[in-house]
Design a protein around this ligand. Structure first.
Ligand SMILES: Nc1nc2c(ncn2[C@@H]2O[C@H](COP(=O)(O)OP(=O)(O)OP(=O)(O)O)[C@@H](O)[C@H]2O)c(=O)[nH]1
Ligand SMILES: [Mg+2]
Ligand SMILES: [Zn+2]
Length: 230
């Protein structure tokens, strides 16, 4: 007889397996359409929506951009992101504290976006530093945000999310002095968990550090396009 715990583990494994299959199919579709897909993960309030609104506004004159945003209960973030004039769709997750690939698939279908008409698609995950790490969403690039007000030790305390991400973004740098943020320690901790990880230090409020990051995205889109037939 199996005990309840292994059964739960089994169910969880199956869910993750299904998610991986859906994510793989999504990635194939995204790549085929030549759209570069970026997801943002962080703890609640690290500045994902503020950073993404800036990103969309900055990219929009030159690129075709759209965004999906996950939230348990409100459409607040979609309303904020829509100020950039980019097409935005909210995914309400209800009780679920993370996005899954099937939700992304459904939202893309409901939004009726033609993926071939997009350069970048951004996906803001639910604020959570734990389970989003386990769910592939079919993205090309996962960014983990860490705000200066959270403390330098977060990479050490939540290594899995830093490991599952490709790039780290240290946000709210305009507040660094006020909270005595030790940037060197934060960078050291990120490198300890994920050696070689690319890190951007930005402030969405002042715009500091955004140019490098935007250039990086443009570069990644060019690379994607050079490896696909679009
Ligand atoms: N000073 C300063 N405040 C910021 C910056 N970026 C975001 N904030 C503030 O931080 C708070 C949270 O920002 P959001 O962008 O809503 O954070 P979020 O990660 O999207 O939050 P959730 O979606 O709820 O997880 C807001 O009050 C923002 O105004 C920044 O660069 N500097
Ligand atoms: Mg948000
Ligand atoms: Zn979750």
């Amino acid at each position: 007889m199996t005990s309840p715990e292994p059964r739960l583990v089994e169910v969880r494994k199956n869910i993750l397996k299904q998610n991986d299959l859906t994510a793989r199919a999504l990635r194939t579709r995204f790549r085929g359409a030549g759209v570069f897909v970026v997801s943002l993960v962080s703890s609640p309030g690290s500045g994902k929506t503020t950073f993404l609104e800036k990103t969309l506004t900055s990219l929009r004159p030159r690129y075709r951009v759209a965004a999906l945003v996950g939230d348990l209960a409100t459409e607040n973030d979609a309303t904020r992101l829509a100020r950039s004039q980019a097409p935005v769709k909210q995914i309400i997750t209800g009780t679920l504290c993370h996005l899954e690939a099937a939700m992304v698939e459904k939202a893309v279908a409901e939004a009726e976006w033609n993926l071939n008409d997009l350069d970048f698609l951004f996906i803001e995950n639910v604020g959570n530093l734990v389970c989003p790490s386990s769910y592939d969403l079919g993205e090309d690039l996962r960014m983990v945000l860490l705000s200066v007000t959270e403390g330098e030790d977060k990479p050490l305390k939540y290594p899995t999310i830093f490991n599952s991400a490709d790039v780290a973004v240290i946000t709210k740098n305009d507040l660094a002095a006020a909270v005595e943020f030790d940037s060197k320690a934060a960078l050291r901790n990120i490198q300890a968990v994920r050696p070689g990880m690319k890190v951007f230090q930005v402030s969405a409020k002042t715009g500091a550090g955004l140019d490098d990051y935007l250039q990086f995205l443009a570069q990644r889109l060019t690379e994607l396009r050079s490896t696909t037939s679009v």
